[in-house]
Design a protein around this ligand. Structure first.
Ligand code: OSB
Ligand code: MG
Length: 374
């Protein structure tokens, strides 16, 4: 298969609810959509999860555009591809880092590849589940009462796990208040690297809340301090930001830096890498779950497909479209019913990109083809 054309679109969607974390507040979702066309006339879709500011990791929408336009697209337009694993290989061979940019393009190739072979993306990846279990990530609210009300709504909708964003000054009191109302719900906390080892004694106090895990308490590149912290607390640590590569996962497991890993397709550079990390964790008895980056429909569909692999044993952050957007860019939108999403069986990502809606939220777009590259 040869990729003959790539279209990049700069998209902007309004979040129904501003998303507040220890690193900042998101009101809108700016992102890049990647559309590829192959010589066989097949279209594939990918979505970059890089955010507008480098607050979660170092990548941004602009750095992703730059990487795609100046490096990744020229490489891909020159390549003959038998399998998407080769895309991952060629993009990783010379270009360092910039995993979210790589993942956006590689994801589009996976979609096209599975459509060409008349397979669902889930099947093409080796997925085994017919439906996936999902939870919600709840941003920081004004009060504990507000948070309890959000949990109440999400519980009624059937979501299976409740993740609360925490930060210094917004943690013990919150968890205490929530546990008073809901002593038994599957609850966890995500700090997005807001603490340091100086906070060991403070973080040990989380143990009394019977959390499923605490996600990324310490620095975004660290695995050493997390190992020390894990030795001092009972709550299982789950790493998010710190795991960029297969080697990171291997080292974190070896050091005992975590007991659970959150796999984000974008953060690790694509589906091929995500699957490798999944397999490594499976072989080492480390459960994984699929993280979210407030994806629009295309990214969400990729998350659903990877979550169908067997070692995604804990509910992920891939909630239904209705929690994020007035209208999503795919048809149908993603529906979570009683905390389950049915894994599509139709070819590729299994959702239609809605071109009218995509047009409506496109700020600008640019096309690249083999002719325009030399
Ligand atoms: O740390 O998991 C995170 C969103 C943006 C950046 C980082 C994170 C998140 C989420 C939201 O927690 C998950 C989602 O609902 O997509
Ligand atoms: Mg996280």
């Amino acid at each position: 298969m040869k990729i003959t054309q790539v279209v990049l679109r700069y998209m902007k969607l309004k979040l129904l609810t501003p998303f507040v974390t220890s690193f900042g507040t998101e009101y809108d979702k700016d992102f890049i959509l990647v559309e590829i066309r192959t010589d066989k006339g097949i279209t594939g879709w990918g979505e970059s999860v890089a955010m507008v500011d480098p607050l979660y990791n170092e990548e941004t929408v602009k750095t992703n555009w730059h990487l795609l336009e100046d490096y990744l697209i020229p490489i891909i337009l020159k390549s003959e591809i038998q399998h998407p694993d080769e895309v991952s290989e060629v993009l990783f061979k010379h270009i360092k880092g910039n995993y979210m940019a790589k993942a956006a393009l590689e994801g589009a190739v996976w979609d096209a590849y599975s459509k060409m072979n008349n397979l669902s993306l889930a099947k093409a990846l080796g997925g085994t589940k017919e439906k996936i279990e999902v939870g919600v990530s709840i941003g920081i609210r004004e009060t504990v009462e507000d948070t309890v009300k959000v949990i109440e709504d999400r519980l009624r909708e059937g979501y299976k796990r409740f993740k609360l964003k925490v930060k210094p000054g917004w943690d013990l009191e919150l968890l205490e208040g929530v546990r008073e109302v809901y002593p038994d719900i599957p609850l966890m906390a995500d700090a997005n690297s807001a603490y340091t080892l100086q906070d060991i004694e403070h973080l040990a106090k989380f143990d009394r809340f019977n959390l499923m895990m605490i996600e990324q308490p310490l620095a975004h590149h660290d695995i050493m301090d997390h190992a020390e912290l894990q030795r001092s607390i009972k709550t299982p640590i789950c790493l998010d930001e710190s795991i960029h590569t297969y080697e990171d996962a291997k080292n974190a497991i070896k050091l005992g830096s975590c007991q659970i890993i959150n796999i984000k397709v974008g953060r690790v550079g694509g589906l091929t890498q995500a699957r490798k990390i999944h397999d490594l964790c499976q072989a080492n008895g480390i459960p994984v779950w699929c993280g979210g980056m407030l994806e629009a429909g295309i990214g969400r569909a990729h998350n659903i497909a990877i979550t169908s692999l067997p070692n995604f044993r804990l509910p992920g952050d891939t909630a239904g479209s209705a929690l994020y957007w007035a209208e999503d860019i795919i048809r149908p939108e993603v529906i979570a019913e009683n905390g389950y999403i049915t894994v599509p069986v139709s070819p590729g990502i299994g959702y239609e990109a809605d071109l009218d809606i995509i047009e409506k939220y496109t700020l600008h777009k640019k096309e690249y083809s083999s002719q325009s590259i030399n």
